[in-house]
Design a protein around this ligand. Structure first.
Ligand SMILES: [Zn+2]
Length: 443
């Protein structure tokens, strides 16, 4: 079927003022202002009250944390004590909890215009050994494109690490399950709806030999690598104490300084580090809300881009954001980066680029993240009829500056997944009631 999404109010693409034509799962034509599609279409959607964006890409999240939002245990703590306070709470998670948490996070993301998400699941208490399988099932049910990152923690408090004993797994268990889930679910083909990546929670949460072992396995199975690094200043000291190396040297020593890798946060790197990461093509996911909340610092996004690193955005886990709204993440990032770089070096379109094509590059993809012929038909459409937009002039800038946060329509892979502001096929009220009841256990 050929569908013309017709004459949007504004569109984040060159030469598409008359809209786009979608056929099957892909964009097949951009229509110029005042023009009509070059061949007959089977249907059209009147987008004359919508601003059209490429579907947003969320490059880092922890879905399970939707059950522990705004938790009193974490309201006044730095990153490390915050983790220590919340690990025992998160560790109560069972399979049903994770299923509900994942479903809520995916619904929130869709409703905010997100069409592709990377989730960093690193919590594997007894009973949750099949966490990745649950996430894959839930993403498929709602039709969200995913990179599910198989996380890992193996260095527990017993050995001087941070996570409690009941959430870590032995290195050989981690490796075997990484291989299992990659073989079961990873689809590297263009247009893929499901990819797997390997993602130790941080280089300090696992034993050092696991890092090169995961890099070698990722090379063999052609999956990407992800981890948290240098959100807070102390991490450099930990890295030197634990491994005798500064963070970038450490990445290099374990085979993680290459374009297969994207990092979450990347706040505290000096200019020489940034040049090395950029030259290696390591991607960076900027997580503005979490970095502001934990008072971590400001990621040097423009320096990373100039050095050659892809830069994407993420919402981060719901214990440190605490919403899963990608349009809010765009706004947070714009404002925080203006604070760092001043008004001439960061614009609303920069933030939208990070949230779309930049995030796609972090996930190793050139088939999503832009409105262009041949890309997958992942689209987000926003209406501007709420009071907050009244009087706006540059309508793409208005989405970010006036604070768009709920999409009216979202298409993933050529299928409408949000219609009239509701997730297709989901009883949201029933889900939220079930999720709220499940959250009581995490009080
Ligand atoms: Zn995170």
């Amino acid at each position: 079927m050929r569908l013309w999404i017709k004459q949007p109010l504004a569109v984040l693409a060159e030469g598409a003022d008359g809209g786009v034509v979608v056929e099957g799962a892909r964009i097949v034509e951009l229509v110029a202002r005042g023009a009509t599609p070059s061949a007959p279409v089977d249907a059209s959607f009147d987008a004359s009250r919508h601003v059209l964006l490429p579907g947003l890409v969320n490059a880092h999240h922890h879905f399970y944390q939707t059950l522990a939002r705004a938790h009193p245990a974490g309201l006044q703590l730095d990153l490390i004590p915050w983790l220590l306070a919340l690990y025992p709470i998160w560790a109560r998670m069972d399979a049903r909890d994770l299923r509900l948490a994942t479903r809520v996070a995916l619904a929130e993301l869709l409703l905010s215009g997100c069409t592709t998400a990377a989730d960093h699941h690193n919590l594997f208490p007894p009973g949750l050994e099949h966490a990745i399988d649950i996430q894959v099932e839930e993403a498929r049910a709602l039709g969200v494109r995913m990179t599910v990152t198989r996380g890992a923690m193996s260095f527990s408090t017993r050995e001087g690490g941070l996570p409690p004993e009941n959430v870590v797994q032995a290195d050989d268990v981690v490796l075997a399950d990484c291989e299992r889930v990659a073989r079961a679910y990873h689809d590297p083909s263009p247009g893929s709806m499901m990819r797997i990546a390997f993602a130790p929670c941080s280089p300090f949460a696992v034993h050092k030999p696991l890092m090169p072992d995961l890099a070698a396995l990722a090379e063999r199975l052609d999956v990407r690598l992800h981890t948290h690094l240098c959100q807070v200043e102390d991490e450099e000291r930990f890295c030197v104490e634990a491994h005798g190396l500064r963070p970038v040297d450490f990445l290099d020593s374990v085979g993680w300084l290459n374009e297969r890798v994207w990092l979450a946060h990347a706040v505290h790197f000096n200019n020489r580090d940034i040049a090395r990461l950029g030259a290696a093509g390591v991607g960076v996911c900027h997580l503005a809300a979490a970095d502001m909340w934990l008072a971590a610092g400001i990621c040097p996004t423009r320096d990373f881009e100039l050095a050659g690193s892809p830069v994407g955005l993420g919402v981060d886990g719901s214990s440190s954001n605490d919403s899963s709204n990608m349009m809010e993440a765009v706004r947070h990032s714009l404002l925080l980066q203006r604070l760092r770089y001043g008004p001439t070096r960061v614009t609303p379109r920069d933030a939208l680029r990070w949230a779309s094509v930049g995030g796609a590059k972090c996930l190793g993809r050139d088939d999503i993240g832009a409105i262009a012929v041949g890309r997958q038909a992942d689209l987000a459409l926003f209406r501007l009829d709420a009071p907050r937009f009244s009087g706006a002039h540059d309508l793409l800038a208005a989405l970010v500056l006036c604070g768009a946060h709920r999409a009216d329509r979202v298409m993933v892979n050529g299928e409408w997944r949000v219609v009239d502001g509701a997730v297709v096929g989901l009883d949201l009220a029933a889900l939220l009631a079930e999720h709220a009841a499940a959250a009581r256990k995490f009080a």
